[in-house]
Design a protein around this ligand. Structure first.
Ligand code: AMP
Length: 382
């Protein structure tokens, strides 16, 4: 990945991953398969970290008849008492994430399958996730392609997806840009610059950053689900079926409200700088005529994932901006269940046309149920 530091441009390759197209993490696929061989598939427990979209994941798993297990580190889990239909059947608590990686024996005894969500790998760290020898519902190989922004870009652009233009030299800024500090999480520390002097004024040149076109338009976070097991609905050339389960828009503090103070410049004069920190989510729908384009993008991204690294399956989110020419720009892909699916715990305007009342969490458990029925559980676990 190319990042700036001061006036210099560096190539950074995250050390956690190699650039092979195959997953070469510490846990080989055959180890996961042998763990699954030892499982009682009629007695599976669905587990996830107690955060993010866990209410939805547990609620959905319970609906599909699975037992549920919450994994907690420092998490306050009392809030589950307020939501009995989503409270996990049991909770396992570790002192820290290193202990969590070591404490897997008891998970095997309970035939545990782990659902990684947006915060799961972020909190745990990709390195520990590599070592986590428990069957997880995702292709671990996707992490290489998601966490390295260059590789992510290569994947999406080669799938024909339009992405924000990247600036390699801040002096070339000739339009509003978004500056993203390397490793910044959840939009924290991002800033908008309209030209080079504006950029110079705001940049912290001790940190690494990347610069991309600011995409003006309306944001839509499209929650897709690809099932390699299903052969009806919106079929893909390679087989399997693509579903759109819901769409949200993120609430971001304070950019969503800063206009109340007048212009961003006015706010800055008072020492108040715009930020993009996600605080919640609201439901959205797309105008219907945009749906064909949305499906085509997602279809191409899935097809390409199989060519590049053996595939992405299950829930994923295309984070998009639609401009006034009705064109999509994708600024990010998330390859797991996103918290933007939380408003749809009892269905959505889209999910209701496929599985009335089912959330993405429920859809995940349905997929696991179907995989067990079809004797294909190993096809969707790594
Ligand atoms: P991200 O961490 O990439 O999901 O970005 C956090 C937030 O920053 C997004 O939800 C958007 O509101 C905003 N954002 C990121 N990239 C862009 C972009 N290129 N143009 C406009 N807004 C962006």
């Amino acid at each position: 990945m190319l990042v700036h530091k001061g006036d210099e441009l560096f190539m950074i390759t995250p050390k956690l991953f190699n650039r092979e197209t195959k997953w070469e993490g510490v846990v080989p696929k055959k180890k996961i398969d042998s763990i699954l061989d030892g499982y009682d598939l009629n007695n599976i427990t669905i587990a996830t970290l107690c955060s993010h979209s866990s209410l939805q994941i547990f609620h959905g798993a319970r609906k599909m008849g699975f037992r549920t297990l919450g994994i907690a580190i420092s998490h306050d889990t009392k809030y589950y008492d307020a939501f009995p239909l989503a409270k996990p059947d049991s909770i396992v608590r570790y002192d820290n994430f290193d202990d969590m990686v070591k404490g897997i024996e008891e998970l095997y005894a309970n035939n545990v399958i782990v659902i990684p969500h947006g915060s799961f790998i972020e909190y745990m760290g990709p390195r520990r996730f590599e070592d986590y020898a428990v069957p997880v519902y995702c292709n671990r190989a996707v992490l290489n392609w998601e966490f390295d922004r260059d590789m992510e870009r290569r994947w999406l652009i080669s799938a024909g997806v339009s992405m924000p233009r990247v600036f390699t030299d801040a002096k070339e800024i000739s339009e509003p840009v978004m500056v993203k500090y390397y490793g910044a999480k959840g939009g924290r520390g991002y800033f908008i610059a309209k030209d080079y002097p504006d950029f110079k004024m705001s940049i912290d040149s001790t940190m690494s950053y990347s610069i991309q076109e600011y995409c003006l338009g309306t944001r839509y976070y499209l929650h897709f689900f690809y099932s390699p097991l299903k052969d009806e609905g919106y079929k893909l050339n390679r087989g399997g079926s693509l579903e759109l389960l819901s769409i949200d828009r993120r609430d971001e503090s304070n950019i969503d409200e800063v206009y109340k103070l007048g212009s961003i410049e006015d706010a800055k004069r008072h020492g108040l700088y715009p930020s993009f920190v996600v605080t919640g989510n609201t439901p959205a729908v797309l105008r219907e005529s945009l749906l064909p384009k949305a499906f085509k993008m997602a279809e191409n991204v899935v097809e390409r994932s199989y060519e590049l690294f053996g595939g992405m399956w299950g829930p994923f989110c295309l984070e998009t901006v639609v401009n006034d020419r009705l064109e999509f720009k994708v600024f990010e892909i998330s390859t797991r269940i996103v918290a933007g699916t939380n408003p749809f715990i009892s269905g959505s305007p889209y999910a209701d046309l496929i599985y009335p009342g089912l959330s993405t969490g429920g859809r995940i458990s349905l997929e696991i149920r179907n995989a067990i029925k079809q004797c294909r559980i190993k096809d969707i676990m790594t």
